[in-house]
Ligand binder design. Sequence first.
Ligand SMILES: Nc1ncnc2c1ncn2[C@@H]1O[C@H](COP(=O)(O)OP(=O)(O)OP(=O)(O)O)[C@@H](O)[C@H]1O
Ligand SMILES: [Mg+2]
Length: 471
Amino acid sequence: MNASPMFGRRRTEIDTPPVARPAAASTSPTPPPPLPMPVHNVPVSIPIPTSTSDSLAELRSLALQQLDPAAAAALSPERLGPEIEKLVADIATERRIQLNAREQRQLASELVNDMLGLGPLQPLLDDEGIADIMVNGPDRVFIERQGRVTLSNVKFRDAQHVANICQRIASAIGRRIDESSPMVDARLADGSRVNIVFPPLALDGPYVSIRKFTRRKIDFARLVALGSMTAQVARVLEIASRSRLNVIISGGTGSGKTTLMNALSRMIDPAERVITIEDAAELQLQQPHVVRMETRPPSLEGKGEVTQRDLVRNALRMRPERIIIGEVRGGEAFDMLQAMNTGHDGSMSTIHANNTRDALTRIENMVQMGNMGLPSKAIKTQIVGAVDLILQVERHRDGGRRVTQVTDVVGLEGDVVILNDIFQFEFTGETPEGRLSGAYKIGRGRPSFWERLVYFGMDRAWVAAMEEANW
Ligand SMILES: Nc1ncnc2c1ncn2[C@@H]1O[C@H](COP(=O)(O)OP(=O)(O)OP(=O)(O)O)[C@@H](O)[C@H]1O
Ligand SMILES: [Mg+2]
């Protein structure tokens, strides 16, 4: 067995070591060969650096020279970690580099992450408290924790280091990223959503935006506990879902649209056949009869693209009971309305918009763009017939995400769509801890979908929920 030795090979930079996953290595029938002992064959005339960062850089570069990424990639992190720690300690002793044990351990784990994980991003990905990671340049990595965005102390060595990690993310899903295709949407092995922009579009080195996959499921109870809505609003949304209303969730970037849709989807009856259509699969439906589909970007030759619109059209031939579209952003809006209008009640989607009325205007614009010449009134008639309820979510300056509007799409009067806010959140003040406080203003009267509530036997539940909310 002639696996390349881990030490003794000279290298200047870890570029893209093979993505052989450690798990595969540990289950393979032939175990990896034992590691050869370190060979310290580097000249001894290197000056001893003075500051900690110089020492670190020195030690890192010496360790890199002696590491063979191919051999390292064949090892599990559990085995690789101690090996690299030992290598780092040996070099430090031999060269009399002044770093304490903690600093040496840190360097070793950084090297392990570079080789097997996603480099400096790995600790952030492993930290469950972090929701978003945004790399704006090698030493400007921002994170979002509990709704607040701050600069982290994570740093890449340079722009090339960021680029190497990006390449690894892209190549894991069979994509290439370079100057000719400088934008890539990808998904990490754990389900996190990633967008990468390379120079020349990115002016300060590659940009990376990661929406982390949340293992912790956020259901209605959790949303109520987080202060994102009251128990009464949750109850009303539950009734809406059980009555198979068509719902649009509207909000800004990262306001919590997908999370709310996931929570709503938990109310879907397990017997129903649900088809989900997304650009990057994020929905986590728990039901057994869920059919998940994801769009495909064009190949490098510009061929083979499958859009959301294609998938919605195809979904209609798959005998769906409900169709869930991750986010409407284009021509598929028209097909979504058609689906909602033709018996696929209980369908849902999200949209980027500032309030519930704006959401309807955006849908109208999207339909118009894809179907030039369709009169505005005809589109509005379609929308009013299709959409029953619009929910608005917002991320507020205190970091909280809240449902701010629950709007009933009542009907059309002339050219105007009539909307009625069932709930509208209004701020009342701020607590001493900086939390915003507020209450819901509650709309009066029966909703326009009353008949449907009666049909599903949910009318009494609705009245009870609204009475409780009015207290
Ligand atoms: N009500 C909430 N309370 C606390 N955290 C939340 C809440 N809703 C969502 N989050 C967290 O906020 C982040 C963004 O949520 P989500 O992905 O649902 O937003 P989005 O509006 O769909 O974003 P995008 O516009 O990027 O698709 C996630 O990390 C999620 O876990
Ligand atoms: Mg989303």
